[in-house]
Write a new protein. Sequence first.
Length: 115
Amino acid sequence: GAEIDLLMHYKDSPQPVPPDRIAPGFADKVMHASFRVGATHLMASDGDGSETGGFKNFMLSLVMPDEAAANRAYAALSAGGKVIMPLGKTFWSPCFGMLTDRFGLGWMVTVPPAQ
């Protein structure tokens, strides 16, 4: 359900990136991306390629309006990834689960408790 607002690769930059600024073969990587998930706006870019190790020691939290939306988001994010905690009821949420997506990024999907 995410919608891409902007996607620019390094090779598409209106101002050429100096060759010593990015790793060889990095032209097809994302320089700037802006996208929306519901009313939430997110921005992202690929790293410079000089560090290794992936995403560690943090997770993103995605708050969904209801259980049906949480199930759709969880299914989409977990495709090709790894389930850490299946969606289910917890003491703080009627529907909460954790996963790692196909890129190795950790997610917590939750529905807030009824007011």
